[in-house]
Design a protein around this ligand. Structure first.
Ligand code: FAD
Length: 547
């Protein structure tokens, strides 16, 4: 059975109920996905449940950088910088179409965060900790060189700059590819399944009471070990387990804005000082540039997090301060996203000062929870959790599992290097030229799906509408058959990134896409209308900042 096909939902649930798993994972963000892949590849029987869509929590709302976190050096988080810094090259190697090199320009300004010597030493240490080699090593730049590289920067306070290597990704697609790879190793993962309660035997957690939220039906999953990778929801599950004691989460909101690239035509990613002493990113990505982030304590509804007018004003003001000629206004903002950092609370520290390190909590019932950390470090976090579980198996059942080898498991397709990705892209461009798809379409397809673009193009040939519509239908067919896609929001946000990166591309394809959804899932007209109105609400919440 194809356990990634949306039409096999009932069978997947039947399978989840039928056996006792070695490990049940709660949460289908990058952390849960990483754990499922690590555990399944080592030979464990794994079930993962996600209450909304995969990556619909923080893992689709990050800055989308696979980075070492330069600013954590200032907080002397050497261990964190070393670990995630080194992971950058690994994650790039595993998914070169999805994790692409992005040179980061760090302008040095008068009275700025780092200063000339600080930047030079900081970037050198950063390179050293992360084992950066060759052309990727940091380069210090004169004021004139920075001006030439990025003419949009204000010059009156500019003193020079540094340029260093980072990587850019699509967090939601990365999560999805990990879920898919875990499935290849036998893990069963399902979205829209909520872990409601734990099942105990002799005060030990031995299973999870779940609810299929699409059918409103309950079922149980039995497992020898249970890991909660519920991100900002981790404390809610610890509370259900009666183990919310000691350290707690502190949620900090981070918003990003999307503007057309021609309105913010930076030549490369820039990490710049803003007037309140924080720093911000401007990151070009195909047809848009995105800007962020904020870092503010959050006590609102954690299921509905959006950028608000105050976030928009704050980001635009900061950008206009450093790039005075662009004069961005709220009318330039075409989309946005906002997410919650699940940080471990530290008394007396502000949101941006709190550590980004991950933390593992083990309760007396055996529930293991993990929170904090970075997208970039997902593989190492997973390794720590699965090592811990493997040790328990060894001690309690004398059962052994393989060592972690996720650094050798490629994600997404068989393209292995950036050069292979660009050669493949050129090949596809030639192939589709006569079919009405352009270079931009191909760039998007290859960045999103890598070599799986071939399958989408096979689907594309089956549809006779104009190319844009045929392409969206081809993608939906792929996501329905291979990526557990259940709603237009799954499709337009997490599978294709359109709502964030190309919001204007949704309306022209929407009628055809909704019609296909109706056909695939046997929806009534009311169900189709409800799905459409959920999508419209999300578009409004992410793009309408009128007062
Ligand atoms: P989540 O992605 O939130 O996943 C938890 C999942 O658990 C959710 O999908 C939720 O629906 C599910 N869940 C909760 N309760 C239940 C339940 N009862 N049953 C079933 N499922 C449940 N890191 C980087 O490396 N680079 C960056 O550029 C970067 N930028 C960031 C910018 C911002 C603004 C923020 C907020 C974070 C950023 N991070 C970055 C950090 C990174 O995004 C997070 O560390 C990571 O996404 C957390 O993933 P997670 O899987 O732990 O949590």
């Amino acid at each position: 059975m194809n356990t990634l096909s949306s039409k096999n939902r009932s069978e997947i649930i039947e399978k989840m109920q039928a056996e006792t798993f070695d490990l049940a994972v709660i949460g289908g963000g990058i952390t849960g996905a990483g754990i499922a892949l690590d555990a399944a590849s080592r030979g464990m029987k794994v079930a993962l449940v996600e209450m909304r869509d995969f990556a619909s929590g923080t893992s689709s709302k990050s800055t989308k950088l696979i980075h070492g976190g330069l600013r954590y050096l200032k907080q002397f988080e050497i261990g964190l910088v070393r670990e995630v810094g080194r992971e950058r090259a690994t994650v790039h190697r595993l998914a070169p179409h999805l994790v692409t090199a992005e040179k980061m320009l760090l302008p040095i300004i008068k009275d700025g965060t780092y200063g000339k010597i600080g930047t030079s030493i900081g970037l050198m240490v950063y390179d050293f900790l992360a084992d950066v080699e060759g052309d990727d090593k940091r380069r210090m730049l004169s004021k004139e060189e920075v001006e030439k590289l990025e003419p949009l920067l204000r010059t009156d306070i500019l003193e020079g700059g540094g340029i260093y290597a980072e990587y850019r990704t699509d967090d939601a697609r990365l999560t999805m590819e990990i879920i898919k790879k875990a499935a290849e190793y036998g893990a069963l993962s399902l979205n829209y399944v909520k872990a409601k309660k734990f099942i105990y035997d002799d005060e030990k957690a031995i299973g999870v009471k779940c609810k299929d939220l699409l059918k409103d039906e309950n079922f149980d999953i039995k497992a020898k070990y249970i890991v909660s990778a519920a991100g900002p929801w981790v404390d809610k599950l610890r509370k259900k387990d009666n183990s919310l004691k000691g350290k707690r989460l502190f949620l900090s909101k981070g918003s990003h804005l999307v503007v057309p690239h021609e309105r913010m035509p930076v030549n490369q990613a820039v990490y710049f000082d803003i007037p309140d002493g924080r720093m911000m990113f401007a990151i070009p990505r195909h047809r848009i540039t995105y800007l962020g982030t904020t870092d503010t304590p959050y006590e609102g509804d954690i299921n509905n997090v959006y950028a608000d007018k105050a976030d928009v004003d704050y980001i635009l003001k900061a950008v206009n301060n450093m790039f005075p000629d662009v004069n961005l206004t709220v009318d330039d903002v075409e989309s946005s996203w906002a997410g919650l950092r699940p940080l471990i609370y530290e008394e007396g520290k502000s949101a941006s000062e709190m550590s980004r390190k991950d933390e593992i909590f083990e309760s007396k019932t055996g529930l293991i929870s993990i929170a904090g950390g970075k997208l970039t470090g997902y593989r190492k976090m997973a390794q720590r959790i699965v090592d811990l579980v493997a040790k328990k198996f060894d001690k309690q059942e004398d059962k052994e599992f393989k060592d972690c080898f996720t650094d050798k498991i490629p994600l997404g397709d068989s393209l292995r290097k950036a050069s292979e990705v660009s050669a493949y892209q050129k090949e596809v461009e030639k192939k589709v030229a006569a079919k009405g798809l352009n270079k931009r379409d191909v760039e998007y397809l290859v960045a999103n799906y890598g070599q799986q673009t071939d399958e989408i193009l096979t689907n594309f040939n089956q549809f006779n509408e104009e190319p844009g519509v045929a392409l969206a239908r081809a993608e939906l067919k792929f996501c329905f058959e291979k990526e557990l896609c259940f709603t237009p929001l799954d499709f337009f946000i997490r599978r294709t990134g359109r709502l964030y990166f190309n919001i204007g591309s949704i309306q022209p394809v929407l009628p055809a896409v909704l019609k296909d959804f109706k056909k695939y899932f046997g929806w009534t007209d009311e169900q189709k209308a409800a799905a459409e109105s959920d999508l419209m609400l999300a578009i409004k919440n992410n793009s309408d900042f009128s007062e």
